[in-house]
Write a protein that binds this ligand. Structure first.
Ligand SMILES: [Zn+2]
Length: 206
């Protein structure tokens, strides 16, 4: 993987040069899938598609280039006695299911109850994106976000709820579009104390 460098999509490139930084076997793999779909990779409208797909994949899966936990490294211990729930609601994300490589599109609600430190609120979104931009199953995505916060912030509780639709179910298979799947992970006080759990779920809009 380390050899497959990101290609700047904004560069005005033409023809074969456009794909110079993308390994030939990656481009060939996309052509194979175009043929497998039933089309002709030499058709004019598809000539640049392998390069575009390859660059899009660097973006879809850029989460492999980072450890999302690193976003939680900088914490603030001066919290002014704040001891209530911190919640970031409706974090939009795009992921891909590891079974079909089909899009998972959804939103995450991420909350924690601080003990002695907090992070900048945008970091919760960055952690979510870092794990989403990988091949995933929704259950693991939910758990990884919660575990990262639990391990790095030593909070009194963590609550993560994710709602998402899976293209592998809505665009094929049995389920119609609009069906969403909900997963949650409750840790610490949100797992042990029913009232705390109810409070955070209410804040999330449930
Ligand atoms: Zn799937």
């Amino acid at each position: 993987m380390a050899d497959y460098h990101t290609h700047d999509d904004d560069e005005p490139l033409t023809g074969e040069d456009r794909d110079a930084s993308i390994p030939a076997d990656v481009l060939d793999a996309v052509r194979t899938l175009i043929r497998w779909a039933g089309d002709d990779p030499q058709r004019e409208g598809l000539l640049d598609t392998p390069g575009r797909v390859a660059r899009a994949w660097r973006e879809y899966f850029r989460g492999y280039e980072e450890d999302p936990r690193d976003h939680l490294a900088r914490t603030f211990e001066e919290v002014g006695g704040y001891d209530e729930i911190v919640l970031l609601r409706d974090i939009p994300f795009h992921s891909h299911c590891e079974h079909h490589m089909a899009p998972i599109i959804g939103k995450a609600h991420v909350a924690y109850l601080p003990r002695d430190r907090v992070v900048g609120i945008s970091k919760l979104a960055r952690v979510t994106q870092g794990y989403a931009k990988r091949l995933q199953v929704q259950e693991r995505l939910t758990a990884e976000i919660a575990d990262a916060i639990w391990d790095r912030l030593n909070p009194r509780g963590v609550a993560v709820v994710i709602e998402a639709s899976h293209a592998c179910m809505s665009a094929r298979g049995v389920l119609k579009p609009g069906v969403t799947m909900t997963t949650s992970r409750m840790m610490g006080v949100f797992r042990e104390d029913e009232r705390a759990r109810e409070e955070v779920l209410k804040l999330m809009g449930y």
